[in-house]
Design a binder for this molecule. Structure first.
Ligand SMILES: [Zn+2]
Length: 60
């Protein structure tokens, strides 16, 4: 499991680049949030996420 350094999306498959933005992936991340309704979610706003998915809170 890896997280994108750019958009912080968590990638479960064995991709080398982020399927969403093409950013670099890192194995070193902490925290995980699942965004189901980005328009209505306060967490999504806090994490500045605008699409459905699983995101890391911090990516190193
Ligand atoms: Zn990305």
């Amino acid at each position: 499991m890896k997280a994108c350094k750019n958009c912080r999306m968590i990638v479960f498959s064995n991709e080398k680049k982020c399927p969403k933005c093409g950013g670099e992936l890192s194995e070193r991340f902490s925290g995980m949030i699942i965004i189901m309704e980005p328009e209505r979610s306060e967490i999504a706003k806090l994490a500045s996420v605008n699409a459905i998915g699983t995101y890391a809170i911090k990516v190193k």
